[in-house]
Design a protein around this ligand. Structure first.
Ligand code: FES
Length: 217
């Protein structure tokens, strides 16, 4: 009866006789609010995304580079080839490694100083000398005439094996541990061993200069 009455009055009805809910259209004010909400959310999302990218790129810039380069373990090359150049057959010519900022030099001394043990020099018969002068940090080249490393800044001089020879430097050149792995020379430039103190003299053959200096005293 009630269902029939409702149908007669023109209302929409369900089978159970419950009126359907009609959705009211939004007023212009409500529309404006929802547009503003949408824009606010879009801006917030864009800003957060930007901050995320900015943060990640800043971190990657500040994070130390650990894959290759100075401060990491560097493979310097074939041990036999290197030995041919820096050893007696090659005239004891040191080999510079720009990536690791070190000089590879032959060593056949007594190793009578803790630093030689630390860098494994007597074992592998070579060492990796940090090119940075221990006086004030200039790059130290090798002088083929004298056979010494001679600093162009204030004239400090170091023997072929990096021991102190003369000038204002407080000690011998600092150095890095060297190992031979799979026939390759491997240098750990992340570990700096402080050079031997003044007065250290472990290899008579290169205790004195072989000729004229490159940097006058
Ligand atoms: S920086 Fe090398 S002697 Fe001063």
């Amino acid at each position: 009866m009630a269902e029939a009455a409702s149908r007669g009055s023109g209302d929409n009805v369900t089978v159970q006789g419950v009126p359907e809910r009609k959705r009211k259209p939004l007023t212009p004010d409500q529309l404006a609010v929802s547009r503003r909400q949408f824009l606010n959310r879009a801006w917030t999302a864009t800003f957060v995304t930007f901050l995320g990218f900015f943060g990640m790129s800043s971190l990657s810039f500040l994070w130390p580079k650990l894959t290759g380069g100075f401060g990491t373990t560097i493979t310097a090359g074939d041990a036999k080839e290197i030995m041919k150049q820096i050893g007696p057959d090659g005239g004891f010519k040191p080999l510079f490694n720009p990536e690791g900022r070190f000089w590879l030099t032959y060593y056949d001394g007594t190793g009578d100083s803790p630093v030689y043990v630390a860098v494994n020099a007597t074992e592998v018969k070579m060492q990796a000398l940090y090119r940075k002068c221990v006086h004030l940090g200039c790059s130290v080249p090798h002088c083929s005439k004298s056979g010494l490393f001679e600093c162009p800044c204030h004239g400090s001089k170091y023997r072929l094996h990096g021991e102190y020879f003369g000038g204002p430097a407080p000690r011998g050149l600092d150095r890095f541990p060297v190992t031979i792995e799979g026939g390759q020379v491997v240098v750990d430039t992340g570990t700096v061993e402080v050079g031997p103190p003044r007065g250290t003299d472990t290899w008579g053959e290169f205790a004195e200069p072989k000729g004229d200096y490159c940097v006058p005293t």
